[in-house]
Design a protein around this ligand. Structure first.
Ligand code: HEM
Length: 147
């Protein structure tokens, strides 16, 4: 019985890490797409191509990876009783912030599709610091568990 529980935990964790990698890859790619998209004239054929590419990245990579990272992460948390631990609370806050960033990117994609260009290319490049910093904090919490 202990053997089955231990194997379940390891498979859940493997799945969790796989979908974390896909999610993070998508979060780094989408703002790069925005940089090129913004250079296209609103209403042009090139603009429509970028809208379609971004929508596909969201549909095939970003949304499924977010959902599976959350589901597998919550199952892991439940299986090791992490819900009451300090490191988990900070990790959870950082994951909420990352999910908020994901939703903000969806909003920016919708705005770009209607011809709005709210940020400069430089500001969009700087945005890539957000998932980087959040991922570093999350990995330190889950591996070092400092409190
Ligand atoms: C709702 C979202 C999430 C929840 C509830 C969650 C929860 C968990 C839990 C409970 C573990 C097992 C920890 C252990 O066995 O000691 C874990 C492992 C891990 N998580 Fe998450 N996680 C989430 C999202 C993320 C994100 C967004 C990242 C990275 C950016 C991430 C990175 C990792 C890594 C690298 C591990 C493996 C750590 C190790 O065993 O050495 N997680 N997660």
């Amino acid at each position: 019985m202990d053997w089955i529980l231990a194997m379940t935990y390891l498979w859940l964790k493997a799945g969790h890490i796989i979908f974390v990698i896909f999610w993070m890859a998508g979060l780094f790619m989408l703002p790069r797409f925005f940089v090129y998209h913004q250079e296209a004239e609103p209403g042009s054929a090139e603009n429509a191509l970028w809208v379609e590419r971004e929508a596909r990245l969201l549909r095939i990579i970003l949304w499924p990876s977010l959902v599976l990272t959350w589901v597998l992460g919550l199952l892991l948390a439940y299986s090791i009783g992490a819900l009451a631990e300090g490191w988990f609370h900070l990790k959870f806050a950082a994951v909420l912030a990352l999910s908020g960033y994901h939703v903000w990117l969806v909003g920016y994609h919708n705005a770009l599709a209607t011809g709005e260009r709210r940020l400069s290319g430089k500001q969009l490049r700087l945005l890539n610091e957000v998932p980087g910093v959040a991922a570093a904090l999350i990995v330190i919490m889950v591996v070092v568990k400092p409190f």
